[in-house]
Structures are given as structure tokens and as C-alpha cells.
Design a protein around this ligand. Sequence first.
Ligand code: HEM
Length: 536
Amino acid sequence: DDTLARLDDQTKDQDLSANVAGPGTRLTDNMGHPISDDQNSLRAGARGPTLMEDFLFREKIHHFDHERIPERVVHARGAGAHGYFELTKSLSQYTTARVLTEVGAQTPVFVRFSTVAGSRGSADTARDVRGFAVRFYTQEGNWDIVGNNIPVFFIQDAIKFPDLIHSVKPEPHHEIPQAASAHDTFYDFISLTPESMHMLMWVHSDRAIPRSFAMMEGFGVHTFRLVDARGQATFVKFHWKPTLGVHSLVWDEAQKIAGKDPDFHRRSMWESIEAGHPYVWDLGVQLFTEAQAEGWDFDVLDPTKIVPEDLVPVQRVGRLTLDRNPDNYFAETEQVGFMTTNLVPGIDFSDDPLLQGRNFSYLDTQLSRLGSPNWPELPINRPVARVANHQRDGHMRQTINRGRVSYEPNTLGGNKPAEVPAARGGFASFPERVSGPKVRARAQSFSDHYGQARLFWNSMTPVEKEHITRSLQFELSKVETRDIRLRMLAHLEKINEVLAAQVARALGERPTAPNTARPGGTADSAAETARLAAAT
Ligand code: HEM
């Protein structure tokens, strides 16, 4: 025990961040042996071969050879920052989660922004969805909202995620194109996946080319639950509202910046924070009951749908401030492992089938990316809350678990027999009643794929409509297979005939006449057609 205590103290005393050679420090190898020279290998004569014995050479090259870890399978390109969250309005009426009930309390956070499709070295300003992943280091454990800057998603069921991502990533035979979505495989998949139409409209809007991370909204996307002290649940959607407002680049600007400064977004965030100008958002919530949701003509478990703000307004309840840059990109931004399953007591999942699938995927992927089931021990992943369980051992285990007891129930660890198994409180799943036949099927309530796509289009200003039109014209003109282009036009027609006609014209296809009688058509279709025709 003495030896263990000594080792433990030594580990605690060791300042991992000081492991850097600088003026006045003696160079050492990784085992702490002082070394005189790490610039010349050990040779048999100054012009002779390098000796096998050169353990310093081998250690240095060996470590270098293993510096890279796999990039994230999606969201590989990212940038992160530290800060804090402060609650301004208590939600104690709805939840027991202390992070959402203690007004004025500050919770440390780490946030990582990302693009989805590009590789780690791709450009910041690509037309793409942005990841907006927030980790709260709460006293009750880590809580992650692993969200995006678009409030809906392409697919309704996580089992389709590999297909979606394979279609958007470079093609497997030649790894072309690097550019996110302007290619046949993506639109082949999308044109056969009508549920993606609402998201597709957002992706062709200016939301997909933000001016700055600080000027984009964030969304938890799925419906979650808040659970109060009596065990009653309320549905919730999470929103991040930037205090600077929402601003975008224009497409031409975005493309030029991608060439001239591919680090545009990460550089602006870094420089702004260094200069003492934090990035700030308000946390918003939409709260609604299951009974309310049952009255709506869309399903709140369907991640391709928003809850319109005129049905449920967004209440601002807290403020997120990012004011500290990471010390080391790899240790923090690269090694952070977010998980949708990082929840605290008082917050719970819903049955959204996309969320249910994500709950498996994030834990699973960390093992291949970070390499060991002990990845939660990495400094950026470690909670501030105390960790106490009987998990042990495994590759790269840092914790030294003491004693002979690593199982539960036990009395040898000090529990009194009458108290075994111990009641400890903590996270308990909301006891939702579930039943049903075991089927691979989707609910009928998930079947409207165009209603909210239309709602989105109709909510746009004329200039925003023009940008969407031009974006679709540009991207679909890159699709070589005519059948795919025609399938896409057929979908656009169900959203808005003017839009479809304009895109068709740019593709050299016969535009369909705008029909104001159909739900996609608008009363001012003719005027809009003329205006867009002049503009494009
Ligand atoms: C990564 C968001 C759907 C699997 C990420 C990241 C974000 C995100 C923000 C980057 C995390 C970071 O910065 O480290 C979302 C949203 C989704 C969604 C908002 C839908 C609403 C899915 C689905 C799956 C999935 C359906 C799989 C079934 C992954 C994986 C990673 C990832 C494997 C890489 C994680 C890592 O290596 O650390 N997602 N995602 N995502 N997502 Fe998702």
C-alpha cells in the first residue's frame, strides 16, 4: 500500500503540461534519463553506419512514427475552445439537473466546431453542416449536447448513417471529389431518400456557409426529456443563439477564402479569444408536453422536423461564453470524445431512432479513434465529478485502483451486510411505457417529407431564395448522371415549382410551369419566376 500511495502521489505531482523542453531544462528521453545530444545518431565513425544500439534514435523515431491517430470518421475538421456556461433562468420546475437549476452557477465547458464531410486538412468555409458539440463539466458528471448548426438531419434512422456518409465522402475508387457534396454519389443517395429534403434546403441555404463560428446557431436537433423531482417529464429542444446574430458568407466569398485561408474560421476564433473577445451564445429551450406534441401534424421523434417557434417559443435560460484557447490542439481538440450518452440526472433521451442509434455509435467509435477503453481518463475527457466504480485495467490504464474489491455487491469493501446492495441514487431512466410488435418499420407519422422543406423555403427572403436557387444550380450542374438530376428536380418540384423551374433551366431541362394551385406553388409565382430568371 505504501508503494502504491507513493506512486499515486508522484503521478498527481507530475505536471503533465510541463513535459516540454525549454531554456534551462535538461533534455531527457521518455524514461527521464538525461541525454546529451538528440541531433546526431550514434554511428560507427562520423561517416559510418548508424548503430543498432542507438536506443535514443530508436525511441525518438518510434514515437514520431506513431504520432497520428485516425481522424474522426465524420466531423474530422474541427476547432475547439474552453469557456463556461452560466444559468440565468432556473428550470427547476422541469428538471433536477443542477446545471439547469442553479442560477448564477458557472459550469466549465469545452466546445468543438467542425465540418462534417471534409478530412482533417480540408477548408473551413466549405458548404457543409457545422458540428456544434458542447461538453459541460458538471458536478453531476459530463453532459454533452452533440449538435449541429442546422436543426434537422438528413435521415430518420441511424441505420442509414453509413450510407449517407459513404455517399458524401470522396468516392472509394479514386478518393475524388474532396469537395463536400457536389457529386453524383451524394445526389444519387439523396434523390432516393425523400426524408432528406428538408435538411437539403438548409444545406443549400446560407446557413451552410457561416461567416464565423460565433455567428451561427446551434441545435441539439433531437427531442430530449427533462425530468423533474416527481419523475414527471417534459419534452425539450435545445438551441444556441449567437449574441452576434446569424451571418453568412456568400458562396463566391466562401470559395475564395477556402483557397486563400483554409483556416479562416479556426483562425478568427483563436485570434478573437486571444484578443479578449469571447464567442458568446444564449442557451434556448423549447419546452412542450407529450400531449401537446400529439396534436401536431409532425412527429417530434422525427429528426427531419423542427418544432416551429410559433408553436413553441424559444426561452433563453443561460449563456455560453468561450474565452480560452486550448493549450494543445491534439490533447484537447483532437482527443475530446463527445457522446450523446453523456447525460446528467434530470435529462433523458426520447425514442428518436436517430438519437437511439447515435447512443451506440459515439462510444463505439472512440475505441477505434482513441485506442483504449480508458479514453475517459484523458485530461479533456475526465469529468470534474468524482469517478467511482469497479471498472479496471485495460490498455493504458492510468488510475491505480487500490484494494482487493472490484465487484459489487460486496462486504469486503466496507459495506455492512444489511446495506447490500447499496442504494445510491443517481441517473435513472424515465420509466416510459413501451410496447409493440418487433418490426423493422417506420411510423406513418414520419412520412411527410416535403411539408417542412416548403415551410423553410417560404420563410426565406427573396435574396435568400436566390442563394438557395444558385447553390442548387451550381451543385446539380456538377452531377453527371442525368437520371439523378431529374430525380432531384422531381423532388424540388414538390417543394416549390418556381425553384424547380429555375434549377431545371440551369440544367438545360424543360422547366415545369409554375402551378399556383398546388401547395408548392405561391401566389406570386409568376413575379418570382421573372425576378429569379433575371437574377440567374
Ligand atoms: C461526430 C453531430 C448523427 C456518428 C459528430 C460530431 C458532431 C455530430 C457535432 C463531432 C463531435 C466532435 O466535435 O468531436 C451529429 C448530429 C447528428 C449526428 C447533430 C444528427 C442529429 C450521427 C449518426 C451517427 C453519428 C446518426 C451514427 C449512427 C458520429 C461519429 C462521429 C460523429 C462516429 C465521430 C466521433 C468521434 O470520432 O469523436 N456528430 N451527428 N452521428 N458522429 Fe454524429
